[in-house]
Design a protein around this ligand. Structure first.
Ligand SMILES: [Zn+2]
Ligand SMILES: [Zn+2]
Length: 1006
């Protein structure tokens, strides 16, 4: 049974009802059950971080996933659609730190000051790690629940009741197993290295966790006097004076020329300084000198071993003595800028560290976890490093070592979570030796299908090519504990599965594997009998998701699920995952399985703001998907986000509210398309319901004989659209699929076919019933096929229409993907129709030029085709041309018969000549049509049902009454009037102006 759809496409209301309908009918589970025995399709959801919010990027991401999962299901696949959430890590810790209270803490005035954690010490000593971790867990779960609701509101169908969560014991176990695998293969390594460090969060950070922006810092030139010649100094430059106490070497470029020169200035000032030759002029200016004289020149490589006096004296007990300590060394990275000599502190810079390693100079790092000096530098002990710059500069000045001091604005790294400027520190960390498996990773990239291709062949390859060791340790609490136990004797144990914990002391069945509980487990050292304790670090949160493809299956604990699904056939994420999830899975997969866990990667782009900038809270340019959905509906939001651009091209979001003029590319445009489809369905469902059209009785194959050419044209267009949409999804060019749907609805269905069939739907003439049924059959097919084919894109709207049009399944999403029926395709008919459309447009243009109203019929149009074929095109659709052009007669002529007094205009098939003569008959018909339009408008204003009969009384001048009289039957039929009477003016009549004549009309429902 077909039921008319409601009058207006109120998307947010309809969508809510549809989601309730899905819940009450259990449509999601029924749809999955239907495909239970289909070919298995393992899809892995890239887990969004539990931020509590679905932003535009996440919405786009889940929309693409939902479209494809629904599509595969409609194609018969048994799709695994478990969503995931990335729930550990600093972002959650920082949020919890901000709100948790530190009991008993007071401020300087002795008043309670308990909100917010300021150091790890407070977590460990006052709050307790257990309490802190439990709070993090609760917080993450709340955020996850909030996000789940938002995803559901976008219409995303995933297994929301059974998501994989990185914080679950089973998940942690899979991550451990992976670490153990890496360890077995000799890929896990612990060593002291210089790493980027957040002094507030007191942990190492990965490069991906650092955000850069401009900071103002000191820029100083400092003299290091030579031991052999204290009146001569090496001149270095630095922006981090606080690292000078840890200076151990000065680096020069081996191939550059350096000079020893006397720099002279006012007041008889002279200084002997060594710097790069090319920089001497610059040094003169910066040092406030007026001239310099070169005394000596040497190559950088000849300077190696030159000894100098460091700016600060360090207690020798903290320094490991070595040959090159406080000497000039060589390094290739020294550039031709500033002084050309580089202050080298192996404890505070990765390059410095490497140089120290080459020269056997051990790092010296007098700074603790919280970024404060330790007892190793007593002068500043307990002070935060970045706060002492001014004091250091003052001391240097007093010692006569400062040549120049300025400020500089430069890009500086900050912690991604707390925005604190990072420092570099030398600490012991855990690494995965990615370079050792790099070759295999590169060959795996070749094996995988990347969409677009360059996402793999260029982007991912470049990234992997430059891959360095992956620092996986973090000195925090809320994360997967590193499963390594160590003994003082050097013995190490890496745990891969929970069962292995049972050999340890302190294990209880089913215990939470997080810190601090896991820290209590100890093992007896098999080598020395001592106690083995866990390394207190946790894993880099980026590692968590890297194991998702097997951790979400519960492998290695549950082999069955793994055997059933593995490996993953498809993943899709944004381009920033080249260095993120695509990479971490590739690395972890190769380390554990010697293969990447996925076979196809689709890369999508970002949703940027109107100006093409990244949306961010600090810029205040964030548009929430919720806002868009509450105005235009989730379906419009979905359609817009995939139609705007190719999935891998960034989209600048066009926010066109209802108030603003609509933008071609905004979500409002997508809404317009859906609303247009809605109106088509409204028209069709209304007449079909009235006529109780039984679509089951009228199979298109059996109705063939009764179809007009325009019906066959519509069938052909429908099949072409289906083919384009299918191809677009198969090639992942979702924008092409979405645009094909849009074009079809706007140009073919609404703007053309519905116009052609209006009169046919209206007829009550017995002889025309079969013709009407043929049009219903065509329209029904077009609407149903469109609803089904759109369903992955616009799941709510499709469902609403499908249910109203008598869809037989519980849900449109249980339908099979429509097969393209080639026998319905007719290129010749389409070509001919295109000619007619062109002619109709040309005629409208010509009419406009002549001031001829569309409602007034044209007496005749001459068609002079360039050949017989051209005329055939018009002949096929002569009726359509007459109807759409409002033409009384079409006359085919040859070129020599073109009337001399008329101007021909050319079209693609030849020439066309319009006869604008207005005969009395045409005038009568024109006025009749004008009258009809006014009456229809009145019916509409009175909200009359289409079936409603009326009486009409008309008051007009005698001339018009006479004209109307000749068309009385036609008018009655068109407006469904039982009677029309022409009278004098009456009470209640509405006055209309028809081409300057006053016509009064009264419509009375019967
Ligand atoms: Zn931080
Ligand atoms: Zn031992």
């Amino acid at each position: 049974m077909i039921k008319q759809v409601r009058a207006n496409y109120t998307a947010p209301v309809i969508e809510k009802e549809i989601r309730d309908y899905w819940d009450s009918t259990d449509a999601y589970h029924k749809t999955k059950e239907l495909r239970e025995n289909g070919e298995r399709f393992y899809f892995v959801d890239g887990p969004p971080y539990t931020s509590g919010h679905v932003h535009m990027g996440t919405a786009l991401n889940k929309t693409i996933k939902d479209i494809l999962l629904r599509y595969w299901r409609m194609n018969g696949f048994n799709v695994r659609d478990q969503p995931g959430f990335d729930m550990h890590g600093l972002p959650i810790e920082v949020q919890v730190e901000k709100k948790i209270s530190v009991p008993g803490r007071v401020n300087k005035d002795g008043k309670p000051d308990e909100v917010g954690v300021r150091s790890k010490k407070e977590i460990e000593d006052i709050i307790g790690i257990d309490n802190f971790v439990n709070t993090c867990k609760q917080h993450a779960l709340t955020l996850q629940a909030d996000m789940t609701e938002e995803f559901k509101e976008l219409g995303v169908w995933m297994d929301w009741d059974h998501p994989y969560q990185t914080i679950k014991n089973e998940y942690i176990e899979s991550a451990w197993w992976t670490i153990q695998k890496a360890s077995d293969r000799g890929l896990l390594d612990s060593s002291s290295r210089v790493v980027t460090w957040c002094p507030r969060c007191e942990t190492a950070l990965a490069e991906a966790e650092i955000e850069y922006w401009d900071e103002t810092d000191p820029s100083v030139m400092v003299k290091f006097p030579l031991i052999d010649d204290p009146n001569t100094s090496l001149l270095i430059w630095t922006t981090t004076p606080w690292t000078l106490p840890a200076n151990l070497m000065v680096a020069a470029h081996p191939d550059m020329t350096y000079v020893k020169a006397v720099f002279s200035g006012e007041d008889d000032r002279h200084e002997k300084i060594i710097c790069m030759e090319s920089q001497a002029e610059y040094v003169m200016k910066k040092g406030g000198f007026t001239s310099f004289t070169v005394l000596e020149k040497y190559k950088g490589k000849d300077m190696v071993g030159m000894a100098y006096k460091p700016p600060f004296e360090i207690d020798p007990k903290y320094l490991r003595q070595s040959e090159y300590l406080f000497k000039v060394v060589n390094a290739d990275y020294v550039e031709q800028d500033n002084t050309g000599l580089v202050h080298t502190a192996p404890g505070f810079g990765p390059d410095d560290y490497d140089t120290g390693k080459r020269y056997g100079v051990a790092p010296f790092c007098p700074v603790g976890e919280s970024g404060r000096y330790t007892e190793e530098f007593p002068l500043m002990e307990g002070r935060k490093v970045k706060t002492v710059n001014e004091d250091i500069i003052k001391i240097l000045d007093e010692k006569g070592l400062l040549l120049n001091s300025e400020k500089i604005k430069h890009r500086y790294g900050h912690c991604w979570r707390c925005k604190t400027p990072i420092i570099y520190r030398n600490t012991r960390q855990w690494f995965l030796s990615v370079p050792k498996v790099k070759e295999k990773m590169l060959s795996e990239i070749d094996r995988v299908k990347w969409v677009p291709d360059w996402a793999g062949s260029t982007r991912e390859k470049n990234w992997v090519d430059g891959a360095r060791d992956w620092c996986i340790s973090r000195q925090r609490y809320w994360g997967i504990p590193i499963p390594v136990w160590e003994c003082k004797c050097g013995e190490r144990k890496v745990i891969g599965q929970v069962t292995e914990l049972k050999d340890g002391d302190g294990y209880t069945e089913g215990m939470d594997l997080h810190r601090p509980w896991i820290d209590k487990i100890t093992f007896k050292c098999p080598k020395c009998g001592g106690v083995m304790r866990r390394v207190p670090d946790i894993l880099d949160v980026w590692f968590d998701s890297g194991v998702a493809a097997w951790a979400s299956l519960g492998y290695p604990a549950k082999k069955e699920e793994f055997d059933k699904w593995w490996p993953c056939r498809f993943i899709v994420e944004a381009h920033d995952q080249t260095r993120g999830w695509f990479y971490s899975q590739l690395g972890a997969g190769v380390m554990s399985f010697d293969r990447t866990p996925y076979d196809e990667v689709m890369m999508h782009a970002w949703m940027l703001d109107t100006k093409g900038q990244k949306m961010s809270k600090s810029l205040g340019n964030v548009v929430e998907p919720k806002e868009v959905a509450s105005e235009f509906g989730a379906d419009a939001m979905r359609l817009y986000s995939v139609r705007a651009n190719a999935p891998w091209d960034d989209t600048s979001f066009q926010w066109d509210t209802k108030k603003n003029p609509p933008l071609k590319e905004g979500p409002k445009n997508a809404w317009k398309v859906l609303n247009t489809f809605w109106n088509v369905v409204k028209f069709a469902s209304m007449y079909m319901e009235i006529d109780q059209f039984d679509y089951k009785k009228y199979d298109p194959a059996e109705m063939k004989l009764y179809f007009r050419f325009e019906d066959r044209w519509m069938f052909s267009r429908t099949e072409k659209m289906k083919a384009t949409v299918t191809e677009g999804i198969e090639t992942r060019e979702l924008h092409k699929a979405a645009r094909a749907i849009e074009d079809y609805i706007m140009e073919n269905l609404s703007k053309w076919y519905v116009k052609l069939v209006r009169d046919r739907s209206w007829t009550e003439d017995r002889d025309s019933q079969v013709d009407k049924l043929a049009s219903y059959c065509t329209l029904y097919y077009a609407i149903m096929q469109t609803a089904i084919i759109m369903s992955p894109f616009t799941p709510h709207l499709s469902e609403e229409i499908y249910q109203h049009m008598g869809g037989e399944k519980t849900s449109v999403h249980m339908e099979d993907w429509p097969k393209v029926n080639v026998s319905y395709m007719h290129n010749d008919i389409e070509t001919n129709m295109a000619v007619i459309q062109e002619l109709v447009e040309d005629i409208a243009t010509e009419r406009a030029k002549m001031g001829s109203k569309l409602r007034w019929p044209l007496k005749q149009v001459f068609i002079c085709g360039k050949d017989k074929e051209a005329n055939k095109a018009v002949e096929m659709f002569e009726d359509v041309l007459k109807q759409q052009g409002n033409i009384k007669n079409i006359v085919y002529i040859t070129a020599d018969k073109i009337p001399r007094d008329k101007e021909p205009c050319s079209y693609s098939g030849g020439q066309m000549i319009i006869d604008f003569d207005v005969t009395p008959e045409i005038e009568a018909e024109g006025y009749a049509r004008e009258l009809i339009r006014r009456i229809q408008q009145m019916r509409k204003d009175m909200k009359l049902n289409v079936e409603q009969y009326i009486d009409i009384r008309v008051n007009a001048d005698d001339y018009l009454v006479k004209l109307f009289g000749t068309w009385k039957d036609f008018i009655s039929n068109e407006v469904r009037a039982k009677s029309i009477e022409f009278t004098g003016p009456e009470e209640g009549m509405k006055s209309w102006d028809i081409t300057g004549k006053d016509v009064k009309i009264l419509v009375r429902p019967l």
